[in-house]
Design a protein around this ligand. Structure first.
Ligand SMILES: NC(=O)c1ccc[n+]([C@@H]2O[C@H](COP(=O)([O-])OP(=O)(O)OC[C@H]3O[C@@H](n4cnc5c(N)ncnc54)[C@H](O)[C@@H]3O)[C@@H](O)[C@H]2O)c1
Ligand SMILES: O=P(O)(O)OC[C@@H](O)[C@@H](O)[C@H](O)[C@H](O)CO
Length: 479
């Protein structure tokens, strides 16, 4: 099922080509034993790709559900779940048809989700629903005032209708599993969150407990929440990507995904319902995930957020363009110095994390100009992302008696961007807009309070961030 072609863009585009399907590329469908929520680009390039490569892949089919719209499920269902992963390196593309997704379902079909999660054959639920979708407040617990959470809780209490949040849908499906007596399984969070297994646990148990304390107790006793560090840069698919697959592979694929050749998956936790041999594709299972998670979230994702806000303010569009700007690069290097000073390795062995090599590899990965990773995509949902990417480094620097200026600069750049952006997307967009109607120190304090309440109460930090605003260009005047 794997095709290797180099320099696809040199091939002539074909016309009237057959569509990718299991007839065109014969491949058996494994039984559904993994249910996935959040059928986006990253699930296809990462968890589906690892499952496809496992030596026991034939035993582990994935049923993948979309989040907010049916489109991705409809497109993939047309191809019996098959899609192409395009690995885009500096030197050219290579193409692999991935067959692990055996069912692609509209997330609104909550009955199908409940049926599959309740099946005793299902052993794993994976999640890529984005950081903001867990609806956690800055205290790390479910924000029970968010309007969609309120609506889902009312709906669960009434016993009729379908939840709309992914967490609400999962809670309903786990209730069905409990009723069916189907036993334990693992929920594997693959979103870019620190301690993401605990985040998923707090969101799921928080919502279940607000509905039915017995269900929350059953989930605590039966569901293992696995933490992971996930890595593979996967931008949104473009029309040019569709054309490149068509030209190189000789079929039409309406759901290809383009990713960098690099991939990494580190997992920590129990799998009481079994799991595929993901280690065959390079996944690593560890006892203590925190050092790896911090390395990735601070160095990679932290630099991404910094480049996104600084880069957009300076008129750049992609990660590679922003990195080529000396002012942005310098900010990244300084942030990395601060982050590195606070990274400790497994069992206190920092050398194990190989930070210099990791930093050098990141510079090379970010500079891959053939991967057009748009800063606007990375910039979304900043109030949530900064809690993982900037706040821990700033707190650690201050605890060590240092200023934390480079981490504070990331937050200042986000503030400037929030006032300047034409289309600002964030779960707290309304509060951000209200804060931006204030001025001076009041504005900075209000914005910082949306990211971290304790930091907003520290006058020195507020002053530092206020001084750093404007570093990458003045934001537009407040509305
Ligand atoms: N793309 C990457 O390079 C990458 C790498 C590592 C980790 N991740 C993680 O995976 C997540 C998804 O990335 P992606 O590239 O697949 O994005 P995507 O936009 O392609 O897909 C996101 C999926 O989540 C659903 N979703 C988003 N917000 C939701 C909400 N509020 N409620 C319900 N469903 C919602 C969407 O409908 C979609 O199915 C990221 O947020 C990140 O945490 C992504
Ligand atoms: O996907 P997000 O929105 O959490 O963050 C944007 C990027 O930082 C992220 O997608 C990275 O590219 C990814 O985490 C690399 O593995």
């Amino acid at each position: 099922m794997s095709t290797e072609l180099q320099n696809a863009e040199e091939a002539e585009p074909a016309v009237e080509l057959p569509q990718l399907s299991r007839q065109l590329r014969p491949s058996a469908k494994g039984p559904v034993r993994i249910v996935h929520l959040g059928l986006g680009a990253f699930h296809r390039s990462h968890q589906a790709w690892y499952t496809h490569q496992a030596s026991d892949a034939a035993d582990w089919g994935i049923a993948a559900f979309t989040g907010r719209r049916p489109d991705a499920a409809l497109a993939l269902a047309e191809q019996d779940g098959l899609f192409t992963v395009v690995e885009r390196a500096d030197g050219g593309d290579s193409f692999t048809v991935v067959s692990s997704i055996v069912e692609a379902v509209d997330g609104a079909d909550v009955q199908r989700l409940a049926d599959l999660v309740a099946a005793p054959t299902t052993g794993v639920v994976t999640l890529t629903i984005t950081e903001a979708a867990y609806r956690l407040g800055s205290d790390g617990h479910l924000g029970r005032t968010a309007s969609d959470v309120v609506a889902d809780l009312a709906l669960l209490a009434s016993g009729s209708g379908n939840p709309t949040t992914p967490v609400g849908r999962l809670v309903l499906a786990l209730a069905a599993r409990r009723a069916a007596g189907a036993g334990p399984l693992a929920v594997v969070c693959c979103d870019n969150l620190s301690n993401n297994g605990t985040v998923a646990h707090n969101a799921v148990v928080g919502m279940a407990g607000a509905w039915d304390a017995g269900l929350a107790g059953w989930i605590d006793a039966n569901i293992s929440f696995v933490s992971t560090s996930v890595d593979r840069i996967t931008p949104r698919t473009t029309d040019a990507d569709l054309a490149a697959v068509q030209a190189a592979c000789g079929y039409r694929d309406n759901s290809p995904v383009v990713a960098e050749p690099f991939s990494n998956w580190i997992l920590s936790g129990e799998f009481p319902g079994g799991r595929p041999r993901w280690e065959d594709a390079g996944a690593v299972f560890v006892a203590d995930i925190e050092p790896y998670e911090n390395r990735k979230l601070w160095l990679l994702n932290g630099a991404h957020s910094l480049l996104a806000y600084a880069g957009l303010l300076r008129g750049h569009t992609t990660v590679a363009q922003a990195l080529a700007d000396p002012l942005c690069l310098q900010a990244v290097e300084k942030f990395w110095d601060e982050a590195e000073a606070n990274l400790s390795g497994p069992e206190g062995n920092a050398a194990e994390l190989q930070i210099p090599a990791y930093r050098a590899a990141l510079l090379a990965r970010f500079s891959n100009a053939r991967i057009a990773h748009h800063l606007a995509q990375i910039a979304m949902d900043g109030s949530t992302k900064l809690r993982m990417r900037a706040v821990p480094v700033l707190q650690a620097e201050r605890a060590a008696g240092r200023s934390g200026t480079a981490a504070a600069l990331m937050i200042a750049a986000w503030m400037d961007y929030s006032a300047a952006a034409d289309a600002f997307q964030d779960p707290l967009a309304d509060q951000v807009a209200a804060a931006n109607r204030l001025s001076g120190t009041e504005r900075v304090r209000a914005l910082l309070g949306l990211v971290d309440r304790a930091l907003a109460g520290d006058a020195t930090v507020v002053e530092l961030i206020e001084d750093l605003c404007g570093t990458f260009g003045e934001p537009a005047a407040s509305p």
